[in-house]
Structure formats: structure tokens, C-alpha cells
Design a protein around this ligand. Sequence first.
Ligand code: SAM
Length: 275
Amino acid sequence: MELWFTELQKPGMKISCKVLQTLHREQTPFQEIVLLDTVQFGRMLVLDGAVQVTLLDEFVYHEMLAHVPLHAHPAPKDVLIIGGGDGGTAREVLRHTELESVTLVEIDRRVVDVCRRFLPELSCSYDNPKLQVHFEDGVEYVKNKKACYDVILVDSPDPVGQAARLFSAEFYRAIFEALRPDGIFAAQTESPFVDAELIGRVYRDANRVFPITKLYQAVVPTYPTALWTFTVGSKRYDPETCLRKPLFEDDLRYYNADLHQASFKLPNFVKKLLR
Ligand code: SAM
């Protein structure tokens, strides 16, 4: 008998893949966590029915979320990651050996436990002494911080449930306060084909607080429509043009200096969302 997993991505849109094995399934106080082994995408983390990461394409998302803002900042020392319990973003951030501290704030401890067990390719940095992990709501955590980070990355699920506040104007204002005077933040902001309203709203909310706000894109096949956006807000450096030479480009599978700049070149229909 064949076993298939189907994600209801939008009210009229589903994506399916053939499953070899269900490795783990549990309900936590925050969400349902499922770990699948799939034919096409390898191991896959699913939260509340939505695909979060797969071994086939996670490198695109994690390299682009981490390395674009980190290469745009000339001397980052302290980085905050909100969400990202699978560990993929922390793995990429910690390639920057010049960093002094990386803090990860994940609401659900069980995501980290399950990913440490089943996705060692992503969660391999949890024992790095520079990484501190807090299990609490990222919105509450950021509220109390003033000018203490150089880069803040928001590695969130879709904007539903406890993640909805990670897409709010109030949260972007708090991030602005938590960043040092030349700080940069970046967040994953969904697909321009099916989340146009959200992308426009997030861009305008971020633009009200950050002097420089931009959108960049990457292709992540297992996310709805594959074309994915990231919104970046910066206090001083233009992330499109201020760019340090990547020191470990040969170790990466997606990000490079050419792609950094190219990722800010937007199709016309996406540009229009930002007006
Ligand atoms: N790459 C993924 C995507 O785009 O779908 C996101 C992956 S990561 C697993 C997202 C994490 O954010 C989840 O583990 C979830 O528990 C966490 N999360 C959701 N809401 C949060 C909040 N308010 N504060 C901190 N972490 C949160």
C-alpha cells in the first residue's frame, strides 16, 4: 500500500509526496510535530500539517535567510534568531566565525528535541558554545531588549497561531529597538503568488520603522509556488549594495556574492506589491 502526505497549502491548493515512513508524531502544547521520510524530498519536518523543512531544499532557505543580512553587515558580533528550532539557520549563522554570540528563541522545546534526533544535518550546531537557546515566545523576548544585537533573523512558520505575531508591526518596532544603531533584520515572508497582501503589508510595516527596507527572493521547491521572499530592514547599510566578500563561499550550495545582489532584482508584479 502506498502512503502519501498532502499539505493543504491554500484553500484551493495542495501538494503531495510519497512517504516511505512516519518517523515521529506528537502533539505538543503548541502544535502537532510530524517527521516523515519521503521518496522525493528525504526527511521532512511538518508542523500542524505545513511543511517546514526538507533535506532536499533546506539549504536554499537557510543560506539565504542567514547569509544575505550577515554579509551586508560589516562586523556582526551578536545575532538573534527567532523561531528556527530545526537548527538550520543557526548552522548557517555559525559559519561566521567572527560572531561572539548567537541566541535562538524557540517557543516549542519539542521541535528542537525532535530535530536533534531525526535531522542531525540541520541541528548539528546545538552543542556549539557560542549558541544560547531560550524556550519562550520570541515576541515577548524581543520586547525587553534594547540595542544589543547586530543582526536579527525571523525564521518563522506561516503567519497562523502563535506565529501570527511574528508578522506584526508591533514586532518590527520591537526588533528595531533591539538592534544596535547599524543593525539589520531579515524575515521569511512567504510567496508573492499566493501571499501578495501579506508581503505588501509586512514591507510597509517594516518600512515605517527601518530607513532601508528591501525584499529579496529565492526558489524553495517545497514551499507554496516555490518562489519565496525575505524582507530585510536595515538601519544604516543597504543590504543590496553593501556586501562583504564571502569567506566560505565554496562550502555553500546556493548563496554566493553574485546571487546576493541578483536576489534583490524583483519581477514587476512583485515590485508592485511594495508600492
Ligand atoms: N523554515 C520554516 C518555514 O519557513 O516554514 C520555519 C522553520 S522553524 C521550524 C519555525 C519555528 O518557529 C517552529 O519551530 C515554531 O515552533 C517556532 N515559532 C512559532 N511561533 C513562535 C514564536 N512566537 N516565538 C518563537 N518561536 C516560534
